[in-house]
Design a protein around this ligand. Structure first.
Ligand SMILES: O=C(O)c1cc(=O)[nH]c(=O)n1[C@@H]1O[C@H](COP(=O)(O)O)[C@@H](O)[C@H]1O
Length: 239
């Protein structure tokens, strides 16, 4: 049983990331390597996690001119990652170049997904950078572009997942900004609980601090999996 859960290994070095990974089960979740960890640990961390049996989402959110992004995507695809992402706001030519680069890589191509509007942004933050209208409209606009460029999916907030599922059924919906009920929001603005996100049409849930910053990460992961399965874990059952 592989769940829809992707655990974000947002750590400063390979030692800490591998220590958390050792507490996770590759049969139950996937892992995400992001900018901080990749910058310190490099491609070797991807290989180490793959050797432990994990499918790896390489989250480097490429956003540059088409040729640069295409070459970066090709390099990422050669690492044998399961999923990689680019920013949809890089535009049509960049998305098409990324699509072409990934498709032409030998072996099983990774899923290529486009970040729409970061879950740390709300309407006011978008207005400040010149995007008028609501975040959900911008998400829909960028998802339409991702679909037109034949990407495999989008990163969005769970709030937007249902609308995108109806409008673009071929796109996977990957939703970060997952928070347990009553948990700290941190720097996230468009958040949802695990069960609500699934019910709202999310295919994959990206979870970082609710697991990595928990006193007992393995227990936190079990609680999230139980919430997704509609069960209570032992520590939550009434006496
Ligand atoms: O592409 C992503 O993974 C991503 C996109 C987005 O819009 N928002 C977002 O939070 N993320 C990533 O998802 C993870 C969320 O981590 P937590 O907020 O700690 O759960 C981080 O690694 C972010 O880089």
């Amino acid at each position: 049983m592989i769940s829809p859960l992707i655990v974000a290994l947002d750590y400063a070095n390979d030692r800490e990331a591998l220590a958390l990974a050792a507490q996770l089960d590759p049969a139950v979740c996937r892992v995400k390597v992001g900018k901080e960890l990749f910058t310190t640990a490099g491609p070797a961390i991807v290989v180490s996690l793959q050797r432990m049996g994990f499918e790896v989402f390489l989250d480097l959110k490429f956003h540059d001119i088409p040729q640069t992004v295409a070459k970066a995507c090709k390099a990422a695809a050669r690492l044998g990652v399961w999923m990689l992402n680019v920013h949809a706001s890089g535009g049509r030519a960049m998305l098409l170049a990324a699509r072409e680069a990934v498709a032409s890589t030998e072996g099983r191509p990774p899923l290529l997904i486009a970040v729409t509007v970061l879950t740390s942004l709300d309407d006011a933050a978008l207005h400040e950078i010149g995007v008028s209208g609501a975040a959900r409209d911008q998400v829909r606009r960028l998802a339409a572009l991702a679909a037109a460029c034949a990407l495999d999916g989008v990163v969005c907030a769970a709030q937007e997942a249902m609308e995108l599922r109806e409008a673009f059924p071929g796109l996977l919906r990957v939703t970060p900004g997952i928070r347990l009920a009553g948990g700290a929001q941190d720097d996230q603005r468009r958040t949802m609980t695990p069960a609500a996100a699934r019910a709202a049409g999310s295919d994959f849930l990206v979870v970082g601090r609710p697991v990595t910053a928990a006193a007992d990460p393995a227990l936190a992961l079990r609680q999230i999996l139980a919430e997704l399965a509609g069960r209570l874990v032992d520590s939550e059952k009434p006496d």
